[in-house]
Design a binder for this molecule. Structure first.
Ligand SMILES: [Zn+2]
Length: 200
């Protein structure tokens, strides 16, 4: 096997990066609630899951974890969609995408918006899918950096394929095109901020 090169980040030491990342990780109690919410979702308890994700999202906001809150709102939106509450689902989605847009995280806005459109269409909510499409067009700047790459189909990467399907810390789905790669062997869960390592 070829040795992997680990790129060094300019100006920041590894301990500093570790500490910076730890500050953006959900605390244990919240991770446990999140684990329960993801489990409810898998078990088809969509209403309870939606309540829990919304609660976690507002708790994340209160604690200054704006980096986590959008994904919790988006997951709440998905749970509302599954439970047939399409207007509440749209409200949660707008909240999540809006927070991402406020911090100019356009790649994430596009990716999660596009995914929501597909899900609304799958559920037969065509009007809502169109509404999200219009919102994305009106909101994402044409010159937003990174979008040209983002909108292409994610290229298969053997490293990404080795990530576990679910985050061992919060139970959230680990999607290779969604996680933030920390280095070639580890990635950060979008929901809880834990660092997940690829299987050896
Ligand atoms: Zn996680």
């Amino acid at each position: 096997m070829m040795p992997r090169n680990r790129p060094l980040r300019r100006g920041m030491s590894r301990p500093y990066l570790r500490a910076a990342r730890a500050a953006l990780r959900l605390e244990r109690g919240m991770r446990q609630s999140l684990y329960a919410a993801h489990k409810m979702m898998v078990g088809g308890e969509y209403l309870a899951a939606a309540d829990q994700f919304e609660h976690l999202a507002s708790e994340a906001m209160e604690k200054g974890m704006e980096i986590r809150a959008p994904f919790l709102y988006i997951q709440a939106s998905r749970a509302r969609l599954h439970s047939g509450q399409v207007q509440a689902s749209l409200a949660d989605l707008r909240q999540g995408l809006g927070l991402l847009a406020q911090s100019n995280r356009w790649v994430a806005v596009s990716r999660h918006g596009e995914r929501a459109i597909i899900e609304y269409e799958q559920f037969g909510y065509t009007a809502q899918a169109v509404e999200v499409r219009h919102w994305l067009r009106a909101t994402i700047p044409a010159d937003a950096p990174g979008l040209a790459i983002d909108q292409s189909i994610p290229r298969p990467d053997p490293t990404q394929a080795q990530l576990p399907a679910k985050c061992p810390y919060c139970g959230g789905n680990v999607l290779p095109d969604e996680v933030n790669w920390v280095d070639p062997t580890s990635a950060e869960c979008v929901y809880c901020g834990s660092v997940i390592r690829i299987a050896d």
